[in-house]
Design a protein around this ligand. Structure first.
Ligand code: GLC
Length: 424
């Protein structure tokens, strides 16, 4: 009996020690486009550091992933250490006290290699809350084989795109009955805000006057652009289904060979050109998004950053993981294997990265014209107003766009006064 007791004690002691020695951190991210690569990279970190990563994978949509993360942070969940933040979240996470300031770990000299737009997006009231992982911008993908057959150059204006799309769809009718002209993201979620910003601003529209703290949705250029999307894009060159599309669905239509033009972020390049995943591999090119006659091309700034929860008890380990993930080595790997545009500028001069991603030259030009979404601590509420407004305005042929815009302006105005009162 004695011997049994001491064996039991020994076994218990071993279990306790192994549980204590189980170094792990909890990481929340959104559903990635290249899950195998993520698994592989995380396994490498675990092997090299001896720290286990316990991952919780949220929904793919930025809006839904935000809801999941915000809930945990509101609850001051100590079981959350590291997270991926969309480029629009840092002001909110900073002002709510959810994200830890990283100034000591990520000093100014270490930030030099990163695109300044991404660093600005991570900065709030002179402190930095995130380390950029990849940068993004809206691009126009097109079927270079079809444009060549019809002797067309990539469109510069939206009108040109619509004309070309209609002509190609007509010409291909015998061969491809399910060919559409355009696919993009028009579901009511964050992606809609990105797509619409590109239409509105490329017509010299303006969303917000931050100096006067005034919402300006109801301006003629905006209204014109919204009506254009409603009447000339949706249900015309794009199927009405786009009103329910996020990135994956819209890309699916394109890689199945069912769309001539497609708006997406840089990651879609690898998928569209992979013979295993795409029916149009090798027949795809990218260019800047079109603009209206009086405007210029605009690309919404996107991208994701790593942050540490202010409530984490494992901040040192969390930082080790972030340092690894945002190192030139790992950013390069994601560029090579996932055509993810690195947030580090030096990688755009790396011959291996360039030969695998010849389109990165165009991307550099795109990142020069990217326009951020407004940097507001109450951004998710602001975005929610825009999402509802855009969605109603473009979904119904007889929508009263101007009236809806005025109502949305009023709501944004209330929100701005609320944030002023709250000192945000
Ligand atoms: C991409 C962008 C992100 C944006 C989202 C919208 O993930 O990187 O910034 O908010 O798409 O769907």
């Amino acid at each position: 009996m004695d011997r049994m007791c001491s064996t039991l004690v020994l076994v218990l002691a071993l279990i306790v020690t192994s549980v204590c020695a189980d170094e792990h951190i909890n990481f929340v991210m959104w559903k990635p486009n290249q899950p195998e690569l993520w698994r592989e990279v995380i396994a490498t970190f675990e092997r090299e550091s001896g720290v286990r990563i316990v991952r919780e994978i949220g929904p793919h949509s930025s809006t839904s992933a935000h809801a999941l993360l915000a809930q945990k942070l509101k609850n001051r969940d100590p079981n959350l250490d590291v997270f991926l933040m969309d480029v629009i979240w840092p002001p909110e996470f900073a002002s709510a006290g959810w994200a830890m300031p990283l100034d000591e770990l990520f000093p100014v000299e270490d930030r030099q290699d990163f695109f300044s737009g991404a660093i600005t997006a991570c900065t709030f009231r002179n402190k930095i809350y995130g380390v950029p992982f990849w940068i993004s911008g809206g691009l126009l993908y097109y079927r270079k084989d079809l444009l060549k057959t019809y002797r067309m150059k990539p469109p510069k204006t939206w009108d040109e795109l619509v004309r070309q799309a209609k002509k190609i769809v007509r010409g291909e009718r015998e061969r491809n009955r399910v060919l559409w002209g355009y696919s993009g993201q028009f579901k009511q979620y964050e992606g809609l805000v990105c797509n619409m910003q590109e239409f509105l601003l490329s017509n010299r529209g303006k969303l917000l006057d931050l100096e006067d703290r005034r919402s300006t949705l109801d301006n003629t250029s905006n209204i014109e652009a919204i009506r254009y999307v409603r009447d000339r894009i949706i249900g015309s060159v794009a199927p009405r289904g786009v009103l329910t599309y996020e990135e994956p669905e819209s890309l699916h239509l394109f890689i199945q060979g069912h769309a001539v033009f497609h708006r997406n972020w840089p990651y879609a390049w690898e998928i569209a050109n992979s013979p295993k995943k795409s029916r149009i591999a090798g027949r795809v090119a990218i260019t800047l998004l079109p603009h209206f006659p009086k405007g210029r091309s605009v690309s919404t700034l996107g991208g994701w950053q790593f942050g540490i929860s202010a409530f984490s008890r494992k901040k040192r380990r969390a930082w080790e993981f972030i340092k690894f993930m945002t190192s030139p080595r790992i950013q390069k790997l994601f560029a090579l294997r996932a055509s993810q545009a690195p947030a580090r500028r030096s990688l755009y001069m790396d011959p291996e990265v360039l030969s695998r991603n010849p389109h990165f030259a165009t991307l550099k030009a795109v990142f020069d014209i990217t326009v951020p979404r407004p940097l507001l601590p109450l951004y998710p509420l602001y975005s929610d107003i825009l999402q509802r407004f855009y969605s109603r305005a473009i979904s119904f042929k007889d929508s009263a766009v101007k009236l809806l815009a005025r109502q949305a302006d009023k709501k944004v105005q209330d929100l701005l006064s609320l944030s002023e009162a709250a000192g945000r």
